[in-house]
Design a protein around this ligand. Structure first.
Ligand SMILES: *Cc1c(COP(=O)(O)O)cnc(C)c1O
Length: 402
């Protein structure tokens, strides 16, 4: 095929990230289309029975069934791997499919996991409810303290699992320190990088082994489809993750992969603008609310660490009101532009009350241990003019008595 450089890693790995996000992994069909083709097919036909047998035996390159491979999904996997600086990537049907697969594919009864306290609600369900059912013990630590991982490690510890920035408290985990501790102890690190994406933070540069994504968030970026991805070494993806995903089937649909491919083309632009907008909105709120958790503001206790390991701090932050759930709900109900919605990474500004939505299934004492109070609100700042978002928050704060 002519000039199909998107598939040539010796070329694409030299490209800068914004170029990789537009062109990396592109495989052109015989028609030479410029935009990635959408292959909506569940199966593939063979020229002869011998070819089918050879493909199943792994002796012939090619696809056999879309639970296992699909050309559109493969383009997305190659693009994400490239942007992440990972040897390999596999896409999944959702972020939770990615997290579940990344954990279960390498754990077994008797293993021990150390996980950060502030995790996406369903990730806490995995660590607190699902893993123990299969005889896998978990210790939850305050991940802002890297030494806590070392202190919780036993001879059974197989894996560290955390996200940074963490949802919704905006805790920052010191990637270099925690990955060094893991390496020294032979422990695998699994980092949920959904908030930052490879456009802002690349955990593998600090020594992370596995990076997992909800691509539903910034990667799609326009609130359209669910998707996920797991990145790692070729050995991990082929020999540990693939046997699990091929046989359990958390496969991403080709259509959703195509939508995320289109999303990645504008990721760099969107995440930079949304980071700037979130900083402008954060600066406005800082003087108006009792507490704000925004890693881009010098008032955040881990501001220096965030700036050292991230290019920018992203569209999401949280803040607190003193009047508990009643005042938090009153503020949400007074919004005219910002939507009440628990999604994040969208080009629209969205606000939610974690204690009654995303973290409602977590018990109140666990929420407090995670740093989520009744007055905590989480905001995703979109691509609107930030002055309009600020005007909306200003009038809503006033109506809620702030
Ligand atoms: C949304 C999210 C998930 C789950 O992803 P889905 O695509 O909704 O399944 C996991 N981790 C983090 C940090 C998230 O924000």
């Amino acid at each position: 095929m002519k000039r199909n450089t998107g598939q040539d890693r010796s070329i694409t790995s030299r490209w800068r990230p914004a170029t990789q996000a537009v062109r990396g992994g592109t495989a052109r069909s015989e028609y030479g289309e410029t935009s990635e083709a959408l292959f909506l097919t569940s199966g593939y036909a063979y020229d002869c029975a011998g070819d089918a047998a050879a493909r199943f035996a792994g002796e012939q390159a090619g696809m056999t069934y879309s639970r296992l491979q699909n050309p559109t999904v493969e383009m997305l996997e190659q693009r994400i791997a490239l942007m992440e600086g990972a040897e390999a990537c596999r896409a999944t049907a959702s972020g939770m499919a990615a997290m579940t697969a990344a954990l279960l594919c390498q754990l077994e009864a008797g293993d021990h996991v150390v996980a950060g306290r502030a995790l996406f609600g369903s990730c806490r369900w995995l660590t607190d409810t699902l893993l123990p059912k299969f005889g896998i013990a978990t210790t939850i630590v305050d991940a802002r303290d890297a030494q806590a991982f070392a202190d919780a490690t036993t001879d059974k510890t197989k894996l560290y699992f955390f996200e940074t920035p963490a949802n919704p408290t905006m805790d920052i985990v010191d990637l270099q320190a925690v990955c060094d501790i893991a390496r020294a102890r032979g422990v695998t690190t699994v980092v949920d990088n959904a908030f930052a994406t490879p456009a802002l933070q690349r955990p593998m540069e600090f020594g992370a082994d596995v990076v997992a994504y909800s691509a539903t968030k910034m990667m799609d970026g326009q609130g359209r489809v669910l998707a996920g991805a797991v990145c790692g070494s070729e050995d991990f993806i082929l020999n540990t993750l693939l046997p699990f995903t091929r046989n359990t089937g958390p496969t991403l649909s080709a259509f959703n992969a195509w939508v995320v491919l289109k999303g990645l083309e504008t990721l760099d632009l969107r995440i930079r603008r949304q980071s700037e907008n979130a900083l402008a909105v954060g600066r406005f709120l800082e003087g108006r609310v009792p507490r704000i958790n925004h890693p881009g503001l010098p008032s955040h206790p881990q501001h220096a660490l965030a700036m050292a390991q991230m290019a920018m701090t992203g569209p999401i932050f949280s803040f607190e009101v003193d009047g508990g759930r009643a005042q938090a709900h009153a503020l949400l109900d007074a919004l005219e532009l910002v939507d009440i919605s628990n999604n994040i990474g969208d080009s629209r500004s969205l606000m939610t009350h974690p204690a009654s939505t995303t973290h409602a299934s977590v018990s109140e004492d666990k929420r407090l241990e995670m740093g989520i109070r009744e007055g905590t609100l989480r905001l995703n700042v979109g691509l609107e003019d930030p002055a309009d978002v600020i005007d909306d928050l200003d009038q809503a704060l006033r109506r809620a008595g702030l």
